[in-house]
Ligand binder design. Structure first.
Ligand SMILES: [Zn+2]
Length: 236
């Protein structure tokens, strides 16, 4: 015959359960919150608002830019390259970058574009999408145009930059949450297979920073992507 449970035992059990639940709650709060997007999303899902080029005041691309060739896959290819449709046949990999400007600076999408056009002499901002420190997403280079973000591997690669210098800064929770949502959407929309950090394509680069690198596996896993550069298909 089992002993009846005393009130004291019940109290201790309840207290233990309460402390456990509180600890679990606090632990979850300290983790980035990832939002999983339904796989059939063909348009940006609710909560994924993308600030258009017109809205952030983008400059027009400079088709005469002298430096754009540096990021073409082959020197013989036109620098400004508009992909043939359908785009899901073109894209396979999303490359993650940091902007290398500290979060404490007042970096804007316009300043990133100015840097790429005026210092690097590229035709336009090099990335297709950017996420700022407030978690806002910006439309970068037209998704129909080959990006300038990974030397020698731009064809078929979508470039996404997260503002900050993640050699020094920690990526903000809001940035990771929005990045996950954006990657999920890009994956389903363009039937991507792989996610890579910039430095995996170009080992001389520390981009996207040592504090972002540990998040790449999780970002890829949740989106259903493989990690690394193996998805890249050399243009024929
Ligand atoms: Zn980069």
């Amino acid at each position: 015959m089992s002993r009846p449970i005393s009130r004291r035992t019940l109290l201790i059990t309840a207290l233990t359960a309460g402390i456990g639940a509180l600890a679990a709650f606090l632990y979850r709060r300290s983790q980035p919150v990832y939002v999983v997007v339904e796989p059939d999303a063909a348009i940006p899902p609710q909560g994924l608002t993308i600030i258009s080029r017109a809205e952030w005041g983008a400059r027009e691309p400079d088709h005469e830019a002298s430096g754009e060739y540096g990021f073409a896959d082959r020197a013989t290819e036109p620098a400004w390259y508009v992909y043939p449709d359908p785009l899901p046949d073109v894209y396979n990999t999303v490359a993650i970058h940091h902007s290398a400007s500290l979060l404490s600076t007042n970096e804007t999408m316009a300043s990133v574009q100015n840097l790429h056009m005026d210092r690097n002499h590229w035709a336009d901002v090099g990335y297709h999408y950017a996420i700022d420190k407030g978690g806002l997403i910006y439309e970068g280079r037209d998704i129909h145009v080959r990006g300038s973000s990974v030397g020698g591997y731009n064809t078929g690669t979508i470039g996404v930059v997260v503002m900050g210098n993640f050699e020094y800064d920690e990526p903000l929770d809001v940035q990771l949450t929005v990045l996950q949502t954006l990657i999920n959407w890009l994956t389903t929309t363009y039937t991507l297979t792989h996610l890579a950090g910039h430095g995996e394509f170009n080992p001389e680069s520390v981009c996207p920073g040592k504090n972002m690198l540990p998040h790449l596996d999780t970002l890829a896993q949740i989106a259903g992507l493989q990690r690394g550069t193996d998805g890249h298909v050399k243009p024929t």
